[in-house]
Design a protein around this ligand. Sequence first.
Ligand SMILES: Nc1ncnc2c1ncn2[C@@H]1O[C@H](COP(=O)(O)OP(=O)(O)OP(=O)(O)O)[C@@H](O)[C@H]1O
Ligand SMILES: O=c1[nH]cnc2c1ncn2[C@@H]1O[C@H](CO)[C@@H](O)[C@H]1O
Length: 433
Amino acid sequence: MKFPGQRKSKHYFPVSARDPLLQADPAESLTTSPVVGIDQTMVDIEAKVDDAFIERYGLSRGHSLVIEDDVAEALYQELVQKKLISDQFAGGTIGNTLHNYSVLADDRSVLLGVMCGNITVGDYAYRYLCNTSSKVDLNCLQGVNGSIGRCYTLIGDNGERTFAISPGAMNQLHPENIPEAVIAEASALVLTSYLVRAKEGEPMPQATMKAIEYAKKHQVPVVLTLGTRHVIAENPAFWREFLQQHISIVAMNEDEACELTGESDPLLAADMALQWVDLVLCTAGPAGLYMAGYSDEEVLRRTNLPLLPGAIAEFNQYEFSRAMRYQDCNRPVKVFSHIAPYMGGPEKIMNTNGAGDGALAAVLHDISANNYHRQKVPNSAKHSQSFLTYSSLAQVCKYANRVSYQVLNQHSPRLSRGLPEREDSLEEAYWDR
Ligand SMILES: Nc1ncnc2c1ncn2[C@@H]1O[C@H](COP(=O)(O)OP(=O)(O)OP(=O)(O)O)[C@@H](O)[C@H]1O
Ligand SMILES: O=c1[nH]cnc2c1ncn2[C@@H]1O[C@H](CO)[C@@H](O)[C@H]1O
């Protein structure tokens, strides 16, 4: 486990200390709780198209729509004929998140989903596997007779992306292939709202509910990322109820947040979501990102950064506090933090695909680092209370934002490597330029 955030300066465990009591035994470190996720396994086939193309295939801008096989075939043929395909990557919102988590943490995650039983060198399933970090454990995937999904990632002139999903057998994950023992030892179970989008009779939604049942049984926090705003807009009341019943951490962008809560201000939307969940990550494109959570009154820490104005006055006053689950607080107090894009954002953004997935991977890294530290040094003052995150909300924001920047700066939604090693202190990199 590589620790998140500032790696050399200040308190980060256990980078500088040579205390043998703090040194992890390499064999023992295998026991780190993995992050487990379920996804519709798919490859992204990226192409630049105009509005007419989107209309011709009955798609809607910014949406992720599932298309029939004949439409998918015609669309693919047009892309090939006109030589519009620019890239092909392993994709899937949870696949991306787990890959990025494993790259950042240099640690194991477990992907649940389907994989073709018969793979040929060069086919989509082969590419998917080749483009997934070796730290993502694929041993629990369920073999299927069909193909994995294809996600036509259509980039418009303004960089906005529209997804057309040709599902193949991606929704054929059966509840009996959800391994309880793997979920029981997880530091988090990560899901997407796309998982409930399946045809009548497809088992993916039941498999998802099975995984949630196991996570709840073993007190594993369930994390939900909201997909696109259209998925939420179809039934916001269902999603509010779903959060309330099953979810501890929600990740969304400001559009999804608005569909969920009716609030266009991401801070107010995040505040509202706290009535259903313990922790909120709300990304807001060029406006950066917000986090909202709870901490116990007894362990609140005041920020020493400027207090920020907003719909909730001085909302960041306790942003140096570490997040806790609501149920673990004696006297829960809401804490909020915001950060503007790292370095103002990259000079040129080809597309923002995966920037939110990257931010979530950073949050998961911080949470699993906390679990790891708790296992290794249970009597540390860091665990005087049941904290959810290793770092303060302010620090988690900083880290998430930094990872989004890295994704925006490259072409693929999956990180090709971790954050630069020479960036000894995130703080220096942040403010000294
Ligand atoms: N135009 C931009 N300028 C600067 N930073 C940006 C821009 N767009 C995104 N970012 C950075 O990336 C983060 C996540 O972006 P965004 O809110 O677009 O994610 P998203 O819509 O969830 O993406 P995806 O669903 O593709 O993963 C933001 O919090 C911000 O740090
Ligand atoms: O229906 C879906 N299920 C799972 N992942 C999806 C779906 N539609 C789009 N993406 C994935 O979202 C990522 C960016 O966040 C893309 O890489 C794409 O593969």
